[in-house]
Design a protein around this ligand. Structure first.
Ligand code: NAD
Ligand code: IMJ
Length: 255
């Protein structure tokens, strides 16, 4: 029997076949979970196509996490098909392009608010919506990056957003613990997804990371998915409010 047999979960953030969210969806599907995929309108074509690869047809729902009405609509639709929700994956991030290319000091107020809204506040918003459906406890996992605690080149305002996201994980975990809802983050090493493409010098960055990591390689998206699955599943029943690094041992290395 799979670790998520009979469980229902929602995954935010599938854009295409490279998405970390898609790798988590495939792994959760393989463990027996029934899935709901929430995606942005622009990616509908890719998501519909990917959905056919899952062993149980997922419920597909459009959702821009900046829009409270769309978030509410997600849970209205889930309630029509499922009596309960057991887990939630948040794999959503966005900052304006110019805020990742330029100097951090030039971040505009609007750019700062956009990055924090989409990449950090949305975790609280989507978790709040899911809570009434998590009647038998639940597990929430979000994706973060080392740029939250170190000043990484180009990551800029996204680093500030990830710091807020990780703090949100701790406050949500404290808040929801009494309801047996756990909240954790996976801090993934760099992976070539849509969100990493076009970042100046990303390929060089990838190879310098692997040289300096303990394992001397970059992580595979499937490794991030397996760690996420662990946090979602019964094996992590005693873990909440944590950030689990899946980075090939990059962040812990000294000189
Ligand atoms: P991705 O581009 O496949 O996923 C990002 C997702 O965010 C996309 O599906 C996109 O549609 C969604 N999104 C953006 N704005 C949205 C909005 N307003 N409403 C709803 N969804 C919105 O890239 P990914 O690398 O799989 O990113 C997933 C998560 O993993 C992100 O939180 C990212 O910060 C994190 N992460 C990525 C890496 C990496 O190197 N790729 C490393 C560590 C953490
Ligand atoms: C993103 C930007 C700069 C440096 C980066 C990244 N490094 C890594 C990423 C070193 C690993 C990928 N990452 C961890 C992200 O969270 C990406 C978020 C992101 C990416 C884009 C690109 C396209 C765009 N807006 C974005 N917003 C957020 O227009």
């Amino acid at each position: 029997m799979g670790a998520l047999e009979g469980k229902v979960g929602i995954i935010f953030g599938v854009a295409n076949h490279r998405s970390i969210a898609w790798s988590i969806a495939q792994a959760a599907d393989a463990e027996g979970a029934q899935l709901v995929l929430a995606y942005v309108e622009r990616m509908e074509r890719f998501v519909r196509d990917l959905a056919t690869q899952l062993s149980r047809p997922p419920l597909l729902i459009q959702c821009d996490v900046q829009d409270d009405a769309q978030i509410e609509q997600v849970y209205t639709q889930i309630r029509e098909q499922h009596p309960r929700l057991d887990f939630l994956v948040h794999a959503v991030a966005f900052a304006n392009r110019e805020d990742l290319d330029g100097r951090f000091i030039d971040t505009s107020r609007a750019g700062f608010l956009t990055a924090l809204d989409v990449s950090a506040y949305s975790l609280t918003a989507v978790t709040r919506g899911a809570l009434p459906l998590m009647t038998d406890g639940g597990s929430v996992v979000t994706l973060t990056y080392l740029g939250s605690v170190r000043a990484m080149p180009h990551y800029n305002v996204m680093g500030v957003a990830k710091a807020a996201l990780e703090a949100s994980v701790r406050y949500l975990a404290a808040d929801l613990g009494p309801q047996r809802v756990r909240v954790n983050a996976v801090s993934a090493g760099p992976i070539q997804t849509l969100s990493a493409r076009g970042i100046a010098g990303f390929s060089e960055f990838l190879s310098s990371m692997s040289d300096r990591s303990a394992l001397k390689r970059n992580v595979e998206v499937s490794e991030v998915a397996q760690a996420s699955l662990f946090l979602l599943g019964p094996g992590a029943s005693g873990i909440t409010g944590q950030v689990l690094y899946v980075d090939g041992g990059f962040s812990m290395m000294g000189g």
